[in-house]
Design a protein around this ligand. Sequence first.
Ligand SMILES: [Zn+2]
Length: 102
Amino acid sequence: MYVTKKPVGRVKHIPQRTCVGCREVLPKRQMFRIVRTADGVHVDPSGKLAGRGAYMHDRLSCWTRGLKGALAHALKTNLSEEDLSRLHEVMNTLPKEAETDG
Ligand SMILES: [Zn+2]
């Protein structure tokens, strides 16, 4: 059996994105993609929706900050009541922040 050698030295590129809540840069897979479509602002778990996108951590504090204005700013839009309630639904599934012992 003849086997061709695979090329070596290929560098794996991990896409990184900035969280609109805390401005930290993280690997994409640890973040939620939020997309502005013609149909409003949606969370995009598939990462496939077309439109202007922004990223947020799976951290409650980032969502809180994001929904206060950073997200709308990043998407260059205003969040409607509907958008906000959709986002809150996802936000409610996030684990509560770990509190310091005490
Ligand atoms: Zn963040």
